[in-house]
Design a protein around this ligand. Structure first.
Ligand code: SF4
Length: 399
């Protein structure tokens, strides 16, 4: 049987070679030119067609799960001014605060049509999704969405005919132009393959970053979606691990910051139509926009360094493939979700949200016997010490 992923040992070996290459090149430590605000290229944000929708969208758009200023949000306005005219939100973000801030922003720019809006509902029924779409429109003070997504699905039943028919109805109603789903992983491959087969899905938002390029099955699923004309949107492109861990593989480049390089590596994959990025400061906003506008590509050395980073930090980066570790255990433990919420806390500083989400996990699904966790760790392709990381989550996030 062919290997599902590039073996970790092979990867580490490659990383060791890359380390030698990188250190031998004695790269400059100067601030990369693209990262500097005054180096913003004069070109606009490139656009690509989203799947086969016939609509061209910016390759970068703003994720709004972050805290937004309800009165005047500088980041949203900066994005708009620079051509990042697509915002991604959800009913659940900030308990409606994200929707309300975007509604206010739309009033300020005075032209809804200049923006593209995605929103999402976590409802598991056609009726709930229909009602939630109305709630989205009401909160956003608009009469249509550009893209409505079933939020974070992990059940293939959500692609059964009743949901596909619902997508048709919602498009026909004019309340959304396009319909699709997001998933945080789990069975992303199965979901993507099914979506490619059943049709009726315009776009998929999924976790994709430099850590995933060796995943054969994911690549085949991406190919299938592309062939079926589904728009592909990448999220979690940072592939974050705690910064103290990330520092073990120092990234050096004359061209890009590490964050920019991660984005560039996703854009280098021509199957991806757009990247959603939470830009929670003006600095990050400027850097991401500069990277999107830059015509420079990653050099081989920069790509090597990302591979190196992926290899050296793999055992902190959960890919969310819960069908691998969670199904092998005798009891239900929410490993992938716990590690994702721990990442929100450790990497994004979103402790409040991380704690809220973590504490929604039933207590009995947060931890179990070490022997069971060792069984799960033994099959983890990332080599994560699951017991230690779950303990960390329990310590940091329990309220
Ligand atoms: S702990 Fe490992 S197997 Fe489990 S979801 Fe994360 S990466 Fe996948």
């Amino acid at each position: 049987m062919e290997e599902k992923r590039i073996g970790r040992r092979t990867f580490l070996k490659a990383a060791a070679v890359s380390t030698a290459v990188v250190s031998a090149t004695n790269l400059s430590k100067a601030t990369p030119a693209v990262a500097q605000g005054n180096a913003l290229p004069k070109t606009g944000i490139p656009h690509k067609e989203l799947g086969t929708t016939g609509v061209k969208v910016p390759i970068l758009h703003l994720g709004t799960a972050q805290r937004l200023d309800p009165v005047y949000d500088k980041i949203m306005h900066r994005c708009f001014k620079e051509g990042v005219t697509w915002f991604d939100t959800a009913l659940s973000y900030g308990w409606g605060a994200s929707h309300r801030a975007i509604a206010n922003f739309l009033t300020q720019i005075k032209d809804r049509k200049k923006m593209w809006l995605t929103s999402k509902s976590g409802s598991g029924s056609p009726r709930g999704l229909t009602e939630d779409l109305d709630e989205c429109l009401e909160e956003l003070k608009t009469d249509y969405l550009d893209l409505y997504l079933m939020h974070g699905i992990d059940d293939e039943d959500m692609l059964e005919p009743e949901f596909i028919r619902l997508g048709d109805q919602l498009r026909k109603s004019g309340k959304t132009k396009f319909f699709g789903f997001s998933c945080h992983d789990g069975n992303v491959v199965e979901l993507m393959n099914k979506a490619a087969k059943v049709g009726g899905i315009d776009a998929i938002l999924f976790r994709y970053n430099f850590r995933r390029y060796g995943d054969r099955e994911l690549n085949l699923a991406i190919d299938a979606c592309k062939k079926a004309g589904i728009g592909l949107i990448a999220m979690k492109t940072n592939g974050s691990v705690p910064s103290s861990i990330e520092k073990v593989a120092q990234f050096r480049s004359d061209n890009f910051t590490l964050g920019q390089a991660k984005l560039k590596s996703v854009w280098a994959d021509e199957r991806i139509d757009s990247v959603v990025s939470e830009m929670d400061s003006i600095r990050v906003t400027r850097e991401n926009i500069a990277a999107a506008k830059s015509e420079k590509h990653l050099t081989a050395t920069e790509s090597h360094q990302l591979n190196q980073l992926a290899a050296l930090t793999a055992n902190y980066a959960c890919n969310g493939c819960d069908h691998i570790c969670e199904t092998i255990m005798d009891q239900k433990v929410a490993i992938a979700d716990s590690l994702r919420f721990l990442m929100y806390h450790e990497c994004y500083g979103k402790t409040e949200r991380a704690r809220q989400l973590y504490n929604e996990i039933p207590v009995q699904a947060r931890m179990c016997e070490t022997e069971q966790l060792q069984k799960a760790a033994a099959v983890c392709p990332q080599g994560i010490d699951i017991a230690a990381r779950l303990q960390q989550a329990q310590m940091e996030l329990t309220v």
